[in-house]
Design a binder for this molecule. Structure first.
Ligand SMILES: Cc1ncc(COP(=O)(O)O)c(C=O)c1O
Length: 434
């Protein structure tokens, strides 16, 4: 890629370049990163010297001293990574069991805290069986890879499976379906989903429809109950990843599945402990036979060391969702305050219904510049561009926390107003309101 094309480039352009040796590609990518850095647009991997929180002490690009910024980049929606009772549970876990588990689950690495966590997360969703993975990413990628297959030399439906994805699902799902046949439908488009299912019916061994509960770039939610009804009508199974929904959405924080009262209609639930539960790790909840199958057949589970005793903090965090609902209430007060403030300023926040709030910008360079200016004004957000979203759909993405104060959020709104004066992002600057 030529330097004059860097303005329109994204990380994706440096993936798997034909003919070029990987060392040449890496060198070219480095030049691109330096181009971003020279323009103050390399707002990634910013080092924080303080804990996760609504404010963090950041070593900003080019600075030698840290700066306190209001942060909207953390998925620790309820602030549980800093909750004294969660921290105490982690400390107790480490004191009782040490810092590591020492082996993979089948051969000595399955401990009482893993067993309790499997049962607890399953019960949270009114089920009996779950399996743990060391990240939310692998919960999706490893499970799908284990359950779905294709045989490229043989089109016989008796040996081929099909994954039908909402186009906006997380990267981990796309990775999980690399070894099966894949079809996609436009985001939340039920007519298209039904069309795909109708044509696929009877042509595959197992068909799975895979969606997110809350979508991570737009913060909008899936109509799970309707999707479940269509999916099952055509003999397919429904998989829902509600990584951003747990703890945040639904009357008691059971996510989009609770919002749409679809507890009995989802065949496989996946999710993560890394967001509202303030820790790390992923889970899959399904029928007892599918979970047992994964425990003995899913390679990333079977051949990888289990989570550390620090996961005992997750047991407490799950309890706190029920015991301290005030965090979810505070979070929603903050979500409404920030969302309405941005709308009143004329920004396009799309159809978010969660703690993920995008401000749609469109152009990649303008989005990166907005990220830089916001940071200069002491507000840390995430500029998101292709391939995480489509090429013309770059945006600033924010994650709201229960622990943000009104002062924090007012600072954010003021900063957006200032940036808008320079970059004309809001509909105050368009002839036809967006
Ligand atoms: C929808 C979704 N699924 C899965 C993941 C992966 O979870 P983890 O970061 O815990 O590996 C993410 C992470 O950002 C996500 O947004």
């Amino acid at each position: 890629m030529k330097r004059d094309n860097f303005e329109k480039a994204s990380f994706k352009d440096f993936e798997n370049i034909p003919v070029q040796n990987i060392y040449t590609t890496a060198k070219e990518f480095e030049t691109y990163l330096n181009f971003l850095k020279d323009n103050g647009h390399l707002n990634y991997r910013i080092e924080s010297l303080s804990p996760v929180g609504p404010e963090m002490n950041l070593l900003l690009p080019g600075d030698t001293h840290p700066t306190w910024c209001v942060c909207l980049v953390s998925n620790d929606y309820l602030g549980f990574s800093q909750h004294p009772l969660v921290k105490a549970a982690v400390i107790k876990g480490v004191e009782q069991f040490g810092t590591g588990s020492g082996a993979s689950p089948a051969i000595g690495g399955h401990f009482v805290y893993h067993q309790r966590l499997e049962k607890k997360i399953a019960a949270f969703y009114k089920r009996t069986d779950a399996i743990l993975y060391t990240t939310g990413y692998t919960a999706n990628s490893a499970t799908l890879q284990c359950l779905l297959h294709k045989d490229d030399r043989n089109k016989d439906p008796s040996v081929n499976d099909l994954a039908i994805l909402d186009m906006n699902v997380h990267a981990s799902v796309y990775e999980g379906v690399l070894t099966t046949t894949v079809k996609t439908f436009l985001h939340n488009d039920l007519i298209m989903l039904e069309h795909v299912l109708k044509h696929a019916q009877n042509n595959y061994r197992t068909i799975m429809v895979i969606i997110d509960g809350v979508y991570s770039q737009d913060g909008d939610v899936a109509p799970i109950a309707k999707i479940a009804e269509i999916t099952h009508r055509y003999g397919a199974y429904l998989v829902v990843d509600d990584a951003h929904g747990i703890g945040v959405v639904g009357e008691t924080g059971r996510g989009v599945i609770e919002l749409h009262n679809a507890f009995d209609q989802v065949d496989i639930i996946t999710g993560t402990f890394s967001k509202a539960l303030g820790n790390i790790g992923g889970y899959v909840i399904a029928s007892p036979e599918i979970i047992t199958y994964l425990k003995y057949q899913s390679k990333q589970h079977l051949f990888s060391t289990t989570a550390t005793p620090a996961v005992m903090g997750i047991l407490k965090a799950i309890d706190l969702i029920d015991e301290e609902p005030q965090w979810k209430m505070r979070l929603w007060d903050n979500i409404e305050y920030l969302k309405n403030g941005l709308i009143n300023l004329g920004f396009d926040v799309g159809t978010t219904a969660s703690a993920v709030i995008p401000v749609k910008v469109g152009d990649i360079m303008k989005t990166l510049e907005a990220g830089r200016l916001l940071l200069k004004l002491g507000v840390y957000t995430n500029p998101i561009m292709y391939p995480a979203v489509s090429k013309k759909n770059a945006r600033i993405r924010m994650n709201v926390m229960a622990t943000h104060t009104r002062e924090h959020l007012d600072k954010v709104l003021h900063a957006f107003d200032e940036v808008d004066k320079q970059l004309s992002i809001s509909n105050r600057f368009s002839e036809v309101p967006k």
